[in-house]
Design a protein around this ligand. Structure first.
Ligand code: GLP
Length: 232
């Protein structure tokens, strides 16, 4: 594990974008796992800026999104699908046919999760971008998630729902998420954390007990994990 301590959110975002752009330049048809939430917004802004300056080309990039609410309409402002278009995919030259999302509109979530796992098996993720929840969740793998969990339907904790809700919108009770095992199968993981409220989760990842009650702690054993943080 490599921990890059930065001063603030801007430096975290800049550092992460430099690392990811370097990886995209090395491998044109790279497979990137993308995360949502507030944390990666600065990274995505930097990627768009670099794309506009022709410093990076997304035409070969393939993507897998980490998670999605369930149920949720794709075109709802709250879906992670629309988040990605609004903040990155709609602003760079990534091809629609190269994007993969968990579909929060399906009835048969089991088939949907199996489909996603199959796709990831065929095109293993080269670089996974990750944030972390205050309670140590990664993707939507809440405390209690096992080390070997795969893509599945999960119940969201009240805390996570509260953090992800707005004044006029309450986050759904469930979500589809890559499992901890799925995330760990990525060749490289870049975890971003900013702010004091993430301090406990980051401490737990770097030097605390590895256990189910804090899923981010499971990442410690990964062979190529980069943590970029101002929280620690
Ligand atoms: C959500 C997402 C996670 C994200 C977490 C932290 O629950 N499913 O992928 O890491 O929130 O969000 P934020 O970056 O807004 O603090």
């Amino acid at each position: 594990m490599k921990v890059i301590r930065v001063k603030n959110y801007e430096e975290m975002s800049r550092t992460a974008s430099e690392i990811l752009i370097g990886e995209i330049r090395k491998k044109k048809n790279i497979v990137v796992g993308f995360a949502t939430g507030r944390t990666p917004l600065g990274l995505y802004k930097n990627l768009v800026r670099a794309y506009r300056k022709r410093e990076v080309d997304f035409s070969g990039v393939r993507s897998f999104n980490l998670d999605e609410y369930y149920p949720v309409a794709k075109n709802s402002r709250r879906s992670f699908f629309s988040y990605m278009f609004r903040n990155l995919f709609g602003l760079v030259n990534i091809k629609e046919g190269n994007m993969n999302f968990l579909d929060g509109e399906v009835r048969d979530w089991r088939a949907e999760c199996a489909r996603y796992e199959g796709l990831i098996r065929k095109s293993p993720i080269d670089v996974q971008i990750l944030g972390v929840g205050v309670n140590g969740h990664i993707g939507f793998n809440e405390p209690g998630s096992s080390f070997s969990s795969r893509t599945r339907l999960v119940e969201l904790s009240d805390e996570t729902r509260r953090q992800n809700s707005g004044i006029f919108w309450r986050a759904p009770k469930q979500a589809l998420t890559m499992g901890v095992g799925t995330i760990l199968s990525a060749k490289k993981i870049i975890l971003l954390a900013s702010g004091r409220e993430k301090m406990k989760a980051v401490e737990r990842l770097v030097k605390g007990k590895i256990s189910k009650d804090c899923p981010v702690s499971f990442l410690r054993g990964h062979k190529d994990l980069v943590v970029v943080t101002d929280s620690f």
